[in-house]
Design a protein around this ligand. Structure first.
Ligand code: WT7
Length: 676
């Protein structure tokens, strides 16, 4: 499949419509006095010249069975191997090694949505017991061993990290699919990863409703089977010990309630498997420029070292902190900064069920108050929503944040200021962390104990991460000139993904080909990493991210490929062509607008529009629902037949469509405009 990402230049208007730069906000002295990282020389130690050796410092935060021989193996560039020769286990590093000092400390606070249910506080000792028992089950009952893949489709629960940690204890590669995704999405990932075991949960609460989740496993297995992937076992955790569960029946011989089978393994212990540092730890599927999601493959030693160090220096996590990242574990943020990073540092990590604004606008702040949360991590979409529904709520609760994070999309300075003054009560340091599923951990952010904050701007490159802005010809766009370009990273770092599962060509094509200086080179300096974002670098080195340059849209901080959405619409019998464009939305950042044209012989109707919405939900999940389905007489097209999404986007956003004279069918634009 030809898949050269198309780069559209960011227009001057797009830049002008972006906000003006704001003042600096220094962290408080109180914060700095306790911060994990206040040594400015870290930037020199992690200079470009010192890559890759500088990252030894990060790896030394972990416990190794065997230290590595070579810090970075570039012999298969740009597929790198970090800490080659090292032996390590992620489960050991997140659980076992904390028992000596922190046995009785809470590792996980699970906050159920129902307020009549109590918060589940899982200590490190308890986590160790539960991880061991479940690992024993996986090994004995499922016959799983190092290198096998297992798909998880679990909602937010304490059982989800327990499952992940049990799998990596055995060296089994986990692939967690966001719980809100459909059975069909889950099936595609089961097939691509070749998973023979699916782990799910019967039900969960969301916004006051008990959702039947098991039913999606049935759909997933049915669809995966059609695609030729045999799923031998479906393990079904029961939410909160089955007190509230779903009705969907179990399939004899295939489906098993974990809570029943586990009884046989009570008291069992499993030694962590000594894994090569470069062995894959997990796959995380994300959207790209084609319809097929790609499995970003993250390695064990490099990934864990990077998320542990960034959790320590950027999130400022100390073992005595109560840390709450509101993301879902089904996204990379949850993997890196709910599970692996915080647990590797022996922190208490909060996992909550439900949504931020149910049963009321005070829920988040009540949780923060009741659990003593002092580090808070969320996304602009949630901040905008909380600001809208309860701007004065935070003041009513008695919590004390020292640190807050924003991640996932650019944050408007106005929203940033509410976050700072109202949520953070003017005391918390804020980091705006820019990164991606592919990158494992932060690329740009301030180090909160060293650098001042700048609203609306992610910080400079992290220590050891050297961003560069390149124009379409590959020339560096100098900082401080206010010009946008394609932001790339000049060097490899331990957290970066190793490849796309089963598709090295796509990995190289999509992320490296564009600016590769020599395709035969084994020198990492010849392989700048293309992030796919447009950005501007100010003369202080701080980076402002403008958004994606490829066919990916970012809804509420979640990546959706336009091709994926369009393919979903094409499942509907009547649809001939589909085109998706992003529309500005007050809370979500953007929402998809779906344009469809019909096959000959069909008439536009509400019913067809409804079918399209249903297809989006079934094929992908409710997150993919369009703001509006436009049934158009034809798509505006170039003479070569290419759909002009730019024009559709202008119509959806009510902006100027610009010149349409080069189109093959300019009259269609007028017709569509009338529908707005
Ligand atoms: C894309 C990656 C990072 C984990 C969650 C999303 C956008 C991410 C920021 C930020 C502006 C941001 C970029 C990036 N993005 N963080 N702080 N400021 N934009 O991971 O789903 O892989 O999406 O999200 O466009 O490429 P993802």
């Amino acid at each position: 499949m030809a898949e050269k990402p198309e780069m559209t230049e960011v227009s001057e208007a797009q830049i002008a419509s972006h906000w003006k730069e704001e003042d600096y906000y220094p962290p408080t002295l109180k914060f700095v006095a306790q911060a994990n990282m206040t040594d400015e020389t870290i930037y020199d130690r992690f200079s470009l010249e010192n890559v890759p050796d500088c990252f030894k410092e990060y790896a030394d935060l972990l416990d190794w069975y065997k230290y590595w021989d070579e810090i970075l193996d570039t012999s298969d560039a740009p597929c790198y191997k970090w800490f080659k020769g090292g032996l390590i286990n992620a489960s050991y590093n997140c659980v076992d090694r904390h028992l000596a000092k922190n046995r009785n400390k809470t590792a996980i606070h699970f906050v159920p949505e129902l307020e009549e249910e109590r918060v589940d506080h899982v200590t490190y000792q308890e986590l160790w017991v539960r991880v061991n028992e479940f690992a024993a089950l996986l090994q004995d009952f499922c016959g799983l061993k190092a290198g096998d893949r297992v798909t998880l489709h679990m909602p937010m629960s304490a059982e989800l990290p327990i499952t992940m940690l049990a799998l990596c204890r055995l060296g089994v590669i986990h692939s967690q699919v966001f719980g809100g995704f459909s059975g069909k999405s889950c099936a595609d990932r089961i097939v691509d990863s070749g998973s023979e075991v699916l782990i799910t949960m019967d039900a969960y609460y969301r916004g006051g409703k008990l959702l039947d989740h098991k039913i999606k496993a049935d759909e997933a297995v049915e669809e995966a089977t059609k695609q030729g992937q045999k799923v031998k076992k479906v393990l079904v955790w029961q939410r909160y010990n089955g007190k509230y569960s779903a009705e969907t029946p179990m399939v004899e011989g295939r489906d098993f309630f974990v809570n029943d089978v586990l009884k046989k393994y009570y008291g069992k212990r499993v030694e962590p498997v000594k894994m090569p540092a470069e062995a894959p730890l997990f796959l995380m599927y994300t959207s790209g420029t084609t319809g097929k999601p790609k499995g970003c493959q993250h390695g064990t030693g490099g990934y864990l070292a990077y998320v542990t160090a960034t959790s320590k220096y950027v999130q400022d996590i100390h073992p005595e902190d109560v840390y709450w990242c509101m993301a879902d574990i089904g996204w990379i943020t949850g993997h890196s900064y709910i599970v692996y990073g915080p647990l590797a540092l022996a922190a208490s990590t909060v996992i909550y069920e439900g949504i931020p604004n149910y049963p009321d606008a005070g829920r988040c702040w009540r949780i923060a108050q009741d659990l003593g949360v002092n580090i808070f991590h969320t996304a602009p979409t949630a901040i905008r929503a909380l600001r809208k529904i309860g701007p004065d709520e935070p003041a009513k609760y008695n919590y004390d944040f020292k640190h807050m994070t924003t991640v996932g999309e650019p944050i408007e300075p106005e929203v940033w200021k509410w976050y700072y003054h109202v949520v953070g009560k003017g005391k918390a340091a804020i980091v705006d962390t820019w990164w991606q599923t592919e990158t494992g951990g932060f690329l740009c952010s301030t180090l909160p104990g060293i650098k001042a904050m700048k609203p609306g701007s992610a910080g400079p490159g992290m220590p050891g991460i050297h961003p560069i802005i390149l124009d379409d010809e590959g020339k560096e766009v100098p900082s401080g000139e206010g010009k946008a370009g394609n932001i790339c990273i000049q060097n490899p770092w331990p957290g970066m993904f190793q490849t796309i599962w089963g598709d090295r060509d796509r990995f190289v094509r999509q992320y490296f080909e564009r600016y590769c200086k020599n395709p035969n080179s084994k020198d990492w300096r010849d392989w700048p990493y293309l992030t796919g974002d447009a950005a501007i670098m100010a003369d202080d080195g701080y980076v402002r991210i403008l958004g994606r340059i490829d066919d990916v849209i970012n809804v509420s901080g979640h990546r959706l490929g336009t091709k994926e959405l369009e393919s979903a619409a094409l499942v509907v019998e009547e649809i001939a062509e589909a085109a998706v464009v992003p529309v500005k939305h007050e809370i979500k950042g953007v929402e998809p607008d779906m344009y469809v044209s019909l096959k000959p012989g069909y008439e536009a109707s509400d019913e067809i529009a409804k079918k399209v919405q249903k297809a989006l939900i079934n094929e992908i999940g409710p997150i993919a629902k369009a703001r509006k389905v436009w049934i158009v007489p034809d798509m505006p097209k170039t003479r070569s037949g290419k759909i002009m999404r730019r024009i559709l986007a202008a119509i959806s956003n009510g902006t100027d469509v610009g010149d349409t004279m080069t189109l093959a069918n300019p009259e269609v634009v007028e017709a569509i405009k009338k529908m707005a």
